[in-house]
Design a protein around this ligand. Structure first.
Ligand SMILES: C[S@@+](CC[C@H](N)C(=O)[O-])C[C@H]1O[C@@H](n2cnc3c(N)ncnc32)[C@H](O)[C@@H]1O
Length: 395
């Protein structure tokens, strides 16, 4: 197995700094994921054709699962994937434990230097966030492990870089950057003055909006205090003015019609069947007339073939993502219309991955991103075709 040579993560003052041995362990965890995705996952396709030879009828996801789960090759793939996921998080924990005093000193230096942070200790964090170690991340998003409450943010920051195998770009901001490019190309003349990013985690995707619209007031909200705390410090370390607040996207503290643009990036699949319609209604309330709501994620299941549905569905089965599949079965277009958005405006579209465009233009990764994008298997690793965006405009 060779080391996966993709983007290296850009260091900033808050990012835990691995030493030599920790770094090589993290690179191993990243490359193991790359190996599984590029060498083992594609083997499921010939297996699927062999065990489901009747091409006259489209099987359901449940039928694919019933047949696949009996296959030793699939069992091997699924077990290895789970082991790689756990290994990935654990490879970062040692670094955080060793580097925490330095990170705490940086936190004290950066706090309040640029942008703002508003925490709400009274806020009840929803059960769908507190009750699960989401995607096997030890402690989940809301865990307060350490004196300054920054460890969970640090774990996610480095962990997600390894999870996405570098394909999120040096700042892990591909989702935000891709949606920004989409807005720039498709909404000519649209100059939002206030922008809200819901479920911002550490603000990876939030920062590109400030770059695209420097005059705008940009907000990132998340229910988890350790994440917005870290997001504030990370943005300050990078010198970008963003306002972060601990708020629930189902019911925020902002006044009606406060924003011109409300976005989210892979938030919806981490909420719940009850919360998601409330988030849509809240977006509607928060937008001024003519404002846009854009939610970026992977495509709904009805836009995917049964095998790719099954591959993604394994996130719910084996990667602690309880709502991952249920959300992809929901009719989000209908929900947006019910929330009050202009029915003519509500649609899905694809925002091409900014990183792919960058790789193509510069040859940075010698065409690797392109190669992965072209092969049969693409679901569940990152989004080679682009991010699926649900777009709606308030009348
Ligand atoms: C997968 S992460 C989002 C990643 C991030 N947007 C990015 O682009 O890197 C999902 C985030 O949504 C947050 N979240 C879940 N439910 C929420 C809610 N109701 N309101 C606000 N944030 C929520 C979680 O705490 C978590 O940080």
């Amino acid at each position: 197995m060779s080391i996966l040579n993709t983007f290296q993560q850009q260091f900033h003052p808050m990012l835990p700094r691995p030493n030599h041995d920790e770094r090589s362990r993290q690179e191993f965890a990243k490359s193991l994921r790359g190996y599984i995705q590029s060498q083992i996952l594609p083997g499921l396709m010939p297996l699927y054709r062999k065990i489901m030879p009747d091409t006259s009828k489209r099987p359901t996801r449940a039928e694919v699962r019933a047949a696949m789960e009996k296959q030793p090759y699939f069992q091997f793939y699924a077990s290895l994937n789970r082991v790689a996921q756990e290994l990935m998080w654990h490879s970062v924990i040692d670094t955080i434990e060793r580097d925490l005093p330095r990170m705490e000193a940086e936190a004290e230096r950066l706090e309040g230097t640029i942008g703002s942070l508003k925490l709400n200790p009274e806020m009840e964090v929803p059960r769908y966030v507190t009750e699960v170690d989401i995607h096997c991340m030890p402690g989940g998003y809301a865990a307060e492990f350490d004196r300054k409450g920054i460890a969970a943010g640090a774990l996610y920051d480095r962990g997600v870089y390894l999870y996405s195998m570098g394909y999120g770009g040096p700042f892990n901001d591909d989702k935000g950057r891709s949606v920004c490019n989409y807005i720039k190309r498709n909404f000519r003349g649209f100059e939002p003055k206030r922008i809200l990013d819901m479920g911002c985690t550490m603000g990876f995707s939030t920062l590109p909006y400030k770059e695209l619209f420097p005059a705008a007031e940009v907000w990132g909200i998340d229910v988890a205090a350790p994440l917005v705390r870290y997001a504030h410090l990370r943005a300050a370390g990078l010198g970008v003015e963003i306002h972060f607040a601990q708020m629930n996207a189902e019911k925020t503290d902002f006044p009606d019609e406060h924003f011109d643009l409300v976005v989210s990036h892979i938030l919806l699949h981490e909420t719940s069947g009850k919360a998601l319609p409330r988030v849509m209604k809240e977006c509607f309330r928060l937008l001024r007339s003519g404002g846009y709501m854009i939610h970026a994620d992977l495509p709904p299941f009805d836009r995917m073939d049964p095998l790719n549905q099954f591959i993604l569905d394994n996130e719910t089965y084996y990667n602690n993502e309880p709502f991952w599949s249920a959300m992809r079965d929901m009719d989000l277009v209908a929900l947006a219309k019910e929330a009050g958005f202009d029915p003519e405006s509500v649609r899905f579209d694809t925002a091409p991955m900014a990183i792919r465009e960058f790789s193509k233009a510069t040859g940075y990764d010698q065409g690797k991103t392109e190669q992965i994008a072209k092969r049969d298997f693409k679901a569940g690793e990152f989004a080679p075709g682009g991010w699926e965006v649900l777009i709606a405009r308030k009348p």
